[in-house]
Design a protein around this ligand. Sequence first.
Ligand code: PHB
Length: 394
Amino acid sequence: MSPVLRTALFGTAVGLALMAGPALAATIKVGVIAPFSGPFATAGQTFKQAIEVYQAQHGKTVGGDTIEFVFKDLDQANPAQSKALAQELIVKEKVGYLAGFFFTPDALAVAPLIDEAKIPCVIFNAATSAITEKSPLYVRTSFTLWQASVPLAEYVHKQGVKKVITAVSDYGPGIDGETAFKTTFEKAGGQVVDSIRMPLKSTDFAPFMQRIKDSGAEAIYAFLPAGPTTLAFAKAFNDTGLKAAGIKFFGPGDITQEPDLPALGDAALGIVTSFHYSQAHDSAMNKAFVAKHKELFGSTQTVTFTSVGAYDGTHLIYKMVEATGGKSDGVKAVEAVKNLSWESPRGPLKLDPASRTVIQTMYIRETVRSGDGLINKEIAAIPDQPDYGYKGAK
Ligand code: PHB
């Protein structure tokens, strides 16, 4: 290009930029509601760390606008408090996006608010299928219990297991998991001999272990929210002799989430789970993701499924901001990411335009010893799993 032409083109570009007026750089706020204190504080920590990893890799601005995260602590499933915090974020903080949500009831509670304010809500974890049916402004980058449990039931049946007992926390995701497993396992020809629903706040699992023992089942399918709940349940299974009695243990991977593996120790060995993310997933992108955690926080102990839920959720937020040029148009933002495909540390993802939950690979994993610690070793991959529980999809 000749210097004269280059100068002319440059002049035109400057002129156009001036005509458009100076770029108005804005700060776009994202309100994140999650447990940052109490028994489930690790979940909030994983969200926050994953956001920081994403921003360290991709910067804090999109098209000149700065993305700022505002965190609100909700220590337990408490829908009234969730709604109050969301209201405060929308009205006082003027957030353009809501995100986070570890527990289903907390995610469900904000549906009327996001509809009224027309802001997208990016679910980093809550996994009951029905949530995204309650507002077109929900998008979900985690998983659903249907998505994890359908392939698991098929796998368990193929292992020659005939009689299973289910044990779940008695609320949305637990009931979804129980229904998905039972429906699929029985359609394949297996039998669910008993279904136990445990209060969400249970801490003493010994009576349930007795019922499992007495049921004559060869195997158990269990779901509880990841944290002290899953830890106590898996320990009780071991300590009351069910594992020694040869009862096999299956479930979604919440039960062997990475932060709890050191405390679970040998009790976790041999548990077979289906899930969307293992820290041990072998891909270049996952290695970079885990390495960045190590660099920023000095440890990889907390890198788990809730980390990728938040990491990919942050990616969606960046894409929505990009598509709306930083303007607040929640409907347009969600419309822009429906059908979006991208690569995640967990593998390939696509946002399903109907359920607005990611379509993804479900991995069957076994918890095994590796070096000094335990890992969730992927033993099979079942690609392109949708949310089987969305509306009539089941
Ligand atoms: C949920 O409440 O939807 C939930 C909580 C914890 C999990 C999975 C699902 O580990």
